[in-house]
Design a protein around this ligand. Structure first.
Ligand code: TPP
Ligand code: SF4
Ligand code: MG
Length: 294
């Protein structure tokens, strides 16, 4: 006979949630996302990661673009910057260059990242700016009521493609790997503990870390990136995946029929801030750049 399921009492659950202290990273504003939106997991994931890494709120800046995903800074108790559509990375890069003691987390949706903001990603990646970029990929424009995005599936019927989407989707992981991102991973809003682990790793990485988070838009997508579909299609990266091997990472990233979760690729190399400091100290030593030497 099946054991009876024991009830979970609200007070006990609240005590459990409060116990590890990550709630101190939540702001006083309740998220305004639709009930069931995958984005709630990201708030849980980032606050858990900051607590685990013992990074002070006052030393953290969360920068976002525009979109449902980009409302994120309002819901965390850190410094925040809600910028313009597609401009999250230039602003986040500026914040990091201005004060490299800060932990900088850039956040946005798939439209913000790969449509209007697509031109900025390769440069942040190749320069290895020491920040984390979390892209919440729901394959749709949520905020503007459900148009196709650059990651929408072929055949997807949306408000901008009432017959069907005929534009082939981009491959975000393949793009980031070829752009030279030094940390590339994938997570899923429906696997919250794994998501928190991945955000923790991404934030700890010294260099440009890119985490794509697959996330259902429960309001405007009833057919594609639903929890029911993603629960059956996502898989883990194979145990023997070598995340120092770029070709192995690309091989896994190209298989988007069953998207794999985990760390695809990681490499340690000089960050933009290190390059800039080295260049500045060379300039001081050689005197180049001084008006009296020109
Ligand atoms: C310059 C500019 N162009 C267009 C818009 C309208 N707009 C706001 S959010 C958005 C797309 C949002 O989609 P995504 O980035 O995927 O975020 P989501 O809402 O799905 O989280 C668009 C086109 C805008 N705000 N500014
Ligand atoms: S419209 Fe979609 S992406 Fe936006 S909050 Fe609602 S469920 Fe989330
Ligand atoms: Mg989107």
């Amino acid at each position: 006979m099946n054991e009876r399921v024991q009830p979970v009492y609200l007070e006990e659950k609240l005590e459990e949630i409060r116990a590890d202290g990550h709630l101190e990273y939540r702001s006083k504003s309740l998220p305004t996302w639709c009930p069931g939106c995958g984005y709630f997991s990201m708030v849980e994931g980032l606050t858990t990661a900051l607590k685990r890494l013992e990074i002070d709120s006052k030393d953290t800046v969360v920068v976002s673009g525009i979109g449902c995903a980009s409302r994120f800074p309002f819901f965390v108790n850190t410094y925040g910057f809600h910028t313009l559509h597609g401009r999250v990375l230039p602003v986040a890069t500026g914040v990091k260059i201005g004060n490299d003691a800060l932990t900088v987390v850039a956040v946005g949706g798939d439209g913000d990242a790969f449509a209007i903001g697509g031109g900025h990603i390769p440069h942040a990646a190749r320069r290895n700016v020491n920040l984390t970029y979390l892209v919440f990929d729901n394959g749709i424009y949520g905020l503007t009521k459900g148009q196709t995005s650059p990651t929408s599936a072929l055949g997807f019927k949306t408000s901008s493609t009432p017959y069907e989407n005929r534009d082939a989707p981009l491959h975000p992981l393949m793009m980031l790997l070829s752009y030279g991102a030094s940390w590339v991973g994938q997570a899923y809003a429906g696997r919250q503990h794994h998501l928190a682990d991945m955000i923790t790793q991404a934030v700890s990485h010294q260099g440009f870390s890119f985490l794509r988070v697959l996330s259902p838009c429960v309001t405007f997508d009833k057919t594609n990136n639903t929890y029911a579909n993603l629960n059956t299609t996502v898989r883990d990266l194979p145990d023997d995946h070598d995340n120092s091997n770029l070709m192995a990472a690309m091989n896994q990233a190209s298989r988007d029929d069953h998207p794999a979760l985990g760390l695809y690729y990681k490499e340690d190399r000089e960050t933009l801030e290190q390059v800039m400091k080295a260049t500045a100290s060379r300039s001081v030593k050689t005197g180049t750049g001084r008006a009296d030497k020109q």
